[in-house]
Design a protein around this ligand. Structure first.
Ligand SMILES: [Zn+2]
Length: 128
């Protein structure tokens, strides 16, 4: 099973989760979702849509003192997370409708900010 560094529902870094992640139905730690989104093998808010999640997270970030505009940017990618991907999809598909700024081509100057974030591969041995 793939393990992620960020919750694949709300995008919160799992290392920031006081419980280190949600719980699977058998009580084991979920490496995919945080404890706010996922408990006992199910989503805490199964009816929530990705747009509602974006609004919820942006509001939460704002309450934490992050400016609204920055908070919106931080939740912009949520639709690419595992929970929100169409079943069976292997790619993210087309960009969502509406005006969006064109991506900045990578140059030496902005290479660091445009580099796609890649989750580190962790292959740890678990001793049982
Ligand atoms: Zn979450």
């Amino acid at each position: 099973m793939t393990s992620y560094s960020d919750c694949q529902s709300c995008g919160m870094p799992l290392k920031n989760d006081p419980q280190c992640g949600g719980r699977n139905v058998d009580g084991t730690l979920s490496r995919t979702y945080c404890s706010c989104c996922f408990t006992a093998g199910r989503f805490t808010q199964p009816e929530m849509t990705v747009d509602q999640m974006k609004a919820f997270c942006a509001a939460k970030l704002h309450r934490m003192g992050i400016p609204t505009l920055l908070a919106r940017l931080m939740v912009k990618h949520l639709h690419t997370l595992e929970r929100w991907r169409p079943v069976g999809a292997t790619t993210y598909g087309a960009e969502p409708a509406g005006p969006s700024p064109s991506p900045v081509p990578p140059t030496k100057k902005n290479r660091n900010i445009t580099r796609p974030r890649k989750a580190p591969l962790r292959r740890s041995v678990v001793l049982v």
